[in-house]
Design a protein around this ligand. Structure first.
Ligand code: FAD
Ligand code: NAP
Length: 323
């Protein structure tokens, strides 16, 4: 039978933003509920080394960091739910979310921390060969390409990290980028260019992924030169698409203001959406910084603002009753 779980602070998403909001919300006595979604712990659970999250001198692992954040959130009083939200109703005095399980979650305040998902190229062969050589996660699937030839598509931090990571498994990694310079941080570029296992192919876009007639698995990527239009092919066993992420905001379309790319709009310098009591934090509202530390920071801000919103609302209601 469907259950309704009530809380003073409902948090959708369990990445650094959602869990930081939970830690602050719990310590403010809001007894938060976090609905974790399909990726408990968020994007950092699909990476390995994290070197830029403050507080750790040595390199730490993304999944470990997220386990620690969850343990901290639970330790101070957060309830974690294994569910995924499929619909939200933001029209009432409280905010109601429906879970895939059939349960309902009702929050006096709502913190949206649904983050972002990997983007795909949308070219022929990509979907058909997904799981048969085409992937969006080297740390998840790189192991399958031990001793084989792989390519990575993209030019940001993710692509460069994926290429570097893949050298743990393969001696033949090719990074394919549509321009002649990378967007990623210099320190990562230095490591990439210094790695003898990695080649970079510049000014090429992927036209399609080609399967093998024999086993139906990826055989090659077809490329087009972005300057000359010349076509070419690279034979490969694996292709890792690493071209960034799209915000997970479908649930809120038509209900909350968002920009053309789907990022939730907030009042500048705050996590406040256009509905009082509804806050957005992390990658779902930030197309600029998109880091674990900024997600955690805005998660903290969302919890503090949610607590202040509720305190002000309850004070006003109490004053009305007294009058
Ligand atoms: P996310 O981490 O994206 O988490 C979103 C959460 O929302 C997930 O738990 C998901 O399950 C949940 N969710 C989504 N939809 C629903 C729904 N309908 N119902 C319920 N829950 C839902 N940043 C760094 O600072 N350092 C790094 O070294 C670093 N490395 C990275 C490596 C990779 C491969 C990637 C992809 C990113 C990396 N980043 C790094 C960026 C960092 O991971 C993100 O900025 C950060 O995770 C964003 O946190 P978030 O909480 O906003 O969202
Ligand atoms: P990103 O920075 O947005 O880079 C996406 C890359 O893919 C760009 O190089 C882009 O090319 C390319 N691209 C986009 N669409 C394409 C298409 N259709 N065809 C071919 N190429 C395409 O995304 P990201 O690398 O995933 O990083 C996202 C955020 O997470 C960033 O803020 C990043 O700093 C952060 N992150 C941080 C770390 C870290 O700190 N170690 C690690 C991973 C990610 P153009 O350059 O031509 O636009």
């Amino acid at each position: 039978m469907a259950t309704t779980h009530k809380t003073r602070m409902l948090i959708i998403g369990s990445g650094p933003a959602g869990l930081s909001a939970a830690i602050y919300g719990a310590r403010a006595g809001m007894a938060p509920i976090v609905v974790q979604g399909l990726q408990p712990g968020g994007q950092l659970t699909i990476t390995t080394d994290v070197e830029n999250y403050p507080g750790f001198r040595e390199v730490i692992q993304g999944p470990w960091l997220m386990q620690e954040m969850q343990a901290q959130a639970e330790h101070v009083g957060t309830r974690m739910m294994w569910d995924t939200i499929t619909a939200v109703d933001l029209s009432g005095d409280t905010f109601v979310a429906t879970g895939d399980s059939g349960d309902f979650y009702e929050g006096d305040t709502l913190v949206i921390a649904t983050g972002a998902q990997a983007r795909w190229l949308g070219v022929p062969g990509e979907q058909d060969l997904s799981g048969k050589g085409v992937s969006a996660c080297a740390t998840c699937d790189g192991f399958f390409y031990r001793g084989k030839k792989v390519v990575v598509i993209g030019g940001g931090n993710t692509a460069v990290e994926e290429a570097l990571y893949l050298t743990n498994h393969s001696d033949d990694v090719t990074l394919i980028h549509r321009r002649d310079s990378l967007r990623s941080e210099k320190i990562l570029q230095d490591r990439l260019f210094a790695n003898p296992k990695i080649k970079v192919v510049w000014n090429k876009r992927v036209e399609s992924f080609l399967g093998s007639a024999g086993n139906g698995e990826l055989r090659a990527v077809k490329l087009v030169d972005t300057l000359t239009g010349e076509e070419s092919e690279i034979e490969t066993d694996g292709a890792f698409v690493a071209i960034g992420h799209a915000p997970a905001t479908e649930l809120f379309r038509g209900k909350l203001a968002m920009d053309d790319a789907g990022y939730l709009l907030v009042q500048p310098g705050t996590p406040k959406t256009d509905i009082p009591g509804v806050f957005a934090c992390g990658d779902v509202m930030d197309h600029v910084y998109r880091q674990a530390i900024t997600a955690a920071g805005t998660g903290c801000m969302a919890a503090l603002d949610a607590e202040r919103y509720l305190a002000a609302k309850e004070f006003a209601e109490a004053a009305k009753v007294e009058a």
